[in-house]
Design a protein. Sequence first.
Lengths: 115, 110
Amino acid sequence: DAGVIQSPRHEVTEMGQEVTLRCKPISGHDYLFWYRQTMMRGLELLIYFNNNVPIDDSGMPEDRFSAKMPNASFSTLKIQPSEPRDSAVYFCASSLAGVRLNEQFFGPGTRLTVL
Amino acid sequence: GESVGLHLPTLSVQEGDNSIINCAYSNSASDYFIWYKQESGKGPQFIIDIRSNMDKRQGQRVTVLLNKTVKHLSLQIAATQPGDSAVYFCAESHGQNFVFGPGTRLSALP
C-alpha cells in the first residue's frame, strides 16, 4: 500500500494566488482529514470527511479555505486568495473506521509558502 | 522536509540512554492521549496512546505516564537509538475534539 499521497510536496506562491493541495487517501478508508501545522499553533484539524461528505469544517479558518472530496480516492484543499499567514505544512490523513487519532494515517504533507 | 520545528525545545540524549519527553495538557475533561513521532519530511506517526483511566502504559521501548492531577503526560524511550531522532508531540482528546501539543525535538548523540 502506498499510504496517503499528497501533492505537491512543496508549493511556493505569491499572495493573492489560488493554491490547490491534493490528497489521495489509503484505498478503502472512509474518513479523510485535512490538518495544518505551524510553529505557532502546532497541528490543527481543518475539516474531515466521511464517505466523501464533509462532517466537521469548524476548523477551517475562513472563507478563503475550501475543501472538496469528489470521490473516495481524491480530495482537494483550496485557498483563494492565499495570504502569507497561510504558510504552513498541510497534512492529509485517512482512517478506516472513524475519527480516533490512533486510527489515522498521515501523508507526508505539503509545505506551502506564500510570499 | 515537511516537519515544523525549527525553534522547538530540543532534547539531546546520548545513544543508549533513556529519553523523557514531557507534555502538559490543558483540558481536564480529556480522556484519551496519544504520542506521535514526526521525522523530517514525513507526517506524524502514532507511537502509543493511553486512556484517562490508566496512569501508565508500556510499548516496545516506550512508556507513557499520565498524571491527571497536574495534567501532565510523559513519553519515556528506553535505550535511545539514532532512529529515534525526530520531533515528538502529544495530543489530548475528548470525544471528537482533539488538541495537539507543540512538540519537542529529540536528538540522539553518538
